[in-house]
Write a protein that binds this ligand. Structure first.
Ligand code: UT7
Length: 316
């Protein structure tokens, strides 16, 4: 199988939203016994954003979506589906996607739903959006990753609370005949080593070291599968945009793949792990700063609770 798919996707607009509160590593010492030195050296994280009053997964999703739609420059009536990847929505119903649908006053006759695949959720949603458009004849999809991780954390658990942050990223994707696109998705349902409810009543717990081991083997495996499917090498790829969980996970993946570290985009120092939001957040930053230019070939790779993993190779 080559990269030219009968129907692939292009990114035609992105947006991001961050809440108002910035917490440095030093600020985290008010919750748990920790230090800037420990967090920085073990993870690369220096700060994270947490929602303040009147900010939550929904408000972030809506803000990111509005910006992405504006940049895409299309009529919102052309959106054929809205998918929100999240593990931290306010309600089981209505879905976060339904609240985005309401806020943006979108058409009634479209598919609107949340996608639950933890930190791999954005790429699961991209894959689902493509399938929906092929099945139903749509041309544009609004795909969002939005998280209020501060809502699902146990702020007394230093193993998790220092690692995550809140934020959202959104992308308007266009289905295009003969556009480059290959994808892989995978699941290890036998490895429920990150567990948590959507609200604080069942806060997240995680076997950190086991997730770490999973991540450093999964990223190279995922990248290699995509390259093989697409019939290209890493030299043909402009950017690798991985889920932003830990600097040491990215470094280990770079070493295993033997690629220049500059090819791996990094922003986890500023945002920490924003779960399903991390990849679209990175995409928007890269587009805005001119690092990612339309036409460049990118690999995106996500991994997380479930355990789940997913990868997509396409052109921006
Ligand atoms: O989206 C996917 C989400 N999950 C991940 O990506 C997590 C992957 N895992 C990791 O990133 C790393 O395993 C962690 C950052 C979670 C932990 O790093 P580590 O190097 O594996 O540390 P560790 O679990 O081996 O802990 C070392 C020590 C322990 O103390 P003892 O038992 O050696 O005395 C911990 O209690 O560090 C202690 N520790 C802390 N100390 C200060 C754990 N958390 C903290 C903390 N501050 N926040």
């Amino acid at each position: 199988m080559g990269l030219k798919n009968m129907y692939g996707l292009r990114i035609i607009g992105t947006g991001r939203a961050l809440p108002s509160r910035v917490l440095t590593n030093d600020d985290m010492t008010q919750y748990v016994e920790t230090s800037d030195e420990w967090i920085t050296s073990r993870t690369g994280i220096r700060q994270r954003y947490f929602c303040g009053e009147n900010e939550n997964t929904t408000t972030l999703a809506i803000e990111a979506a509005k910006k992405a739609l504006e940049k895409a420059g299309i009529d919102k009536g052309e959106i054929s589906c809205v998918l929100v990847a999240t593990s931290s929505g306010e309600y089981a119903m209505p879905s976060t996607a339904c609240m985005v649908h309401k806020a943006l006053e979108l058409d009634e006759n479209i598919t609107v739903m949340d996608v639950g695949a933890a930190c791999a959720g954005f790429l699961y949603a991209v894959e689902t959006a493509r399938a929906l458009m092929i099945a139903n004849g749509g041309r544009y999809a609004l795909v969002i990753g939005a998280e209020q991780m501060s809502h699902v954390l146990d702020m007394a658990d230093r193993n998790t609370c220092v690692l995550f942050g809140d934020g959202a990223g959104a992308a308007v994707l266009m289905l295009e005949e003969d556009a480059e696109y290959v994808s892989v998705t995978g699941t290890r349902g036998d490895m429920a080593i990150m567990v948590g409810g959507p609200r604080r009543e069942q806060p997240m717990a995680m076997e950190g070291q086991n997730v770490f081991r999973f991540a450093v083997s999964t990223i190279p495996m995922c990248v290699e599968k995509l390259l093989e499917k697409g019939g290209v090498t890493l030299e043909d790829v402009d950017w690798v945009v991985c889920h932003q969980a830990n600097q040491r996970i990215l470094d280990a993946s770079v070493r295993r793949l033997g690629v220049p570290a500059e090819k791996f985009y990094k922003n986890l120092d500023r945002y920490a792990n924003t779960s399903a939001a991390s990849i679209p957040l990175a995409l928007d930053e890269m587009m805005e700063s001119g690092k990612l230019v339309s036409g460049q070939r990118i690999i995106m790779c996500g991994f997380g609770g479930g355990l789940t993993w997913a990868g997509v190779m396409m052109r921006a």
